[in-house]
Write a protein that binds this ligand. Structure first.
Ligand code: SF4
Length: 412
């Protein structure tokens, strides 16, 4: 949305290719071959080390001389061969980014195997993919199209859990699913190529994050049922358990009983925070912000504004409806300027935002924390998740006067 006085020039997500690198570099036996301009390769190597898997990428030099000289494909093939000399390398994803995609990489000119490794082209140019969450989706879908073999038959009561989640959440999900009779769970994005092969046999896929549109499309085309939503908050948790039960045709009485137990546990947690009040703005770029807002609203907090870097997606429609019913103003594909404008208009008691927005909020004397480091790095699901997130928010709201007096100290 164009607004007077806003330049809308700030990047709202890191380089989209990072999302794909994060998925790929966690796979055992992988060696990424990154086809990128030297400047991009520098930045992506940096973020891959710190935020992906602390591994290096290998890259053919890609400068004007290679692009205009027409040697790009030959250079790339030579680099793949060099990587494949190592017998420990089992998988070589060729990650093609903006410049390489613009120059054009013909997939048919790349090998499908080299040495002991499968070779797979993953196209992640920013002119097609706006954000790193969406690049995760494209990467997982590309892996499934190559490795999953859906035609070989379904394994009953097998569920794919789709979405990067905190390890404690994975354990809690596993134990609840076991209680209702799920026999096998495959977590994607996975750390083994076998996870992608096994996913082809699943009966249903629970999509925990709304940006996995292409991956959900792959599963639907192959007769795998899609479970939307996630076990966040009391009502969301109970609803999610019931949806999994229906999708896998589990014992409905047992499923209803477990759903009710988990709803009660989450409600008890929320009751402990019944005195919680205040207004919170949530503005991340991870693509999973809206369910977090749903939890805050369910706990009785006001959330006048929420924003995310991803587009409005069909998989997130339930959350959109809940937030809209509570009167939350929602911005998809947001700009930093819109977030700043919201902080000025609503003057919240707490901002859970991006680093740039947090700096701005703190300058106004408003407590602010970084969404990625604080929300994505703690459990979110079931009663345990509610307790952790609400405990953190409660602590921050209790200290809001400290931020105001700090601002006064520095400005007076
Ligand atoms: S030009 Fe493209 S590949 Fe390079 S850093 Fe920017 S978005 Fe990423």
């Amino acid at each position: 949305m164009e607004k007077k006085g806003c330049n809308h020039l700030h990047p709202q997500s890191m380089c989209p290719a990072f999302g794909g690198l994060r998925v790929l570099m966690r796979i055992d036996g992988v060696q990424v071959c990154l086809v990128a301009d030297q400047g991009c390769a520098y930045g992506l190597t940096f973020v891959s080390h710190f935020y992906a898997a602390r591994k290096s990428v290998v890259t053919p030099e890609l400068m004007n001389v290679q692009i205009s000289g027409g040697t790009m494909i030959d250079d790339l093939r030579r680099t793949i061969e060099e990587i494949a000399v190592d017998p420990g390398v089992k998988f070589i994803p060729v990650v093609s980014t903006c410049v390489a995609e613009t120059a054009g990489i013909a997939e048919e000119l790349l090998p499908r195997r080299a040495g002991n490794a499968d070779v797979l082209l993953v196209r992640l140019p920013a002119f097609q993919l706006r954000t790193h969450p969406e690049a995760k989706d494209v990467t997982v879908a590309t892996l499934l199209r190559r490795f999953a073999s859906p035609g070989v038959g379904k394994k009953k009561k097998t569920l794919v859990i789709l979405g990067e989640i905190f390890p404690v959440d994975a354990m809690t999900i596993g134990s609840v699913l076991q209680k209702i009779g799920v026999e096998s769970v495959i977590a994607l994005p996975g750390t083994a190529l076998d996870d992608y092969i096994d996913a082809g046999h699943a009966e249903a896929c629970a999509v925990l994050h709304p940006f996995y549109g292409q991956t959900a499309g792959f599963f639907l085309e192959n007769g795998v049922k899609i479970v939307t939503g996630n076990p966040i908050g009391a009502n969301g948790t109970a609803e999610w358990i019931k949806r999994v039960g229906e999708a896998l045709d589990l014992d409905s009485a047992l499923v209803a009983q477990v759903a009710e137990e988990e709803r009660q546990k989450a409600r008890e947690v929320m009751a402990r925070f019944s005195a919680l009040e205040g207004s919170v703005i949530v503005a991340g770029y991870e693509g999973n912000e809206l369910p977090v807002v749903r939890l805050l609203l369910e706990a009785g907090l006001e959330v006048p504004y929420a924003s995310t870097s991803i587009a409005r997606m069909p998989l997130g429609e339930d959350d959109h409806k809940v937030l809209s019913a509570f009167g939350t103003e929602i911005r998809y594909r947001k700009f930093l300027e819109e977030d700043i404008d919201a902080v000025m208009r609503y003057k919240p008691d707490l901002v859970i935002g991006t680093t740039s927005l947090d700096s701005f909020a703190k300058e106004q004397g408003i407590p602010a924390i970084y969404y990625t480091n604080n929300i994505s790095a703690r459990p979110l699901f079931f009663a345990a998740g509610a307790a952790t997130v609400l405990g953190m928010v409660s602590g921050l709201l209790a200290r809001k006067e400290v931020f105001r007096s700090m601002k006064e100290y520095f400005t007076s």
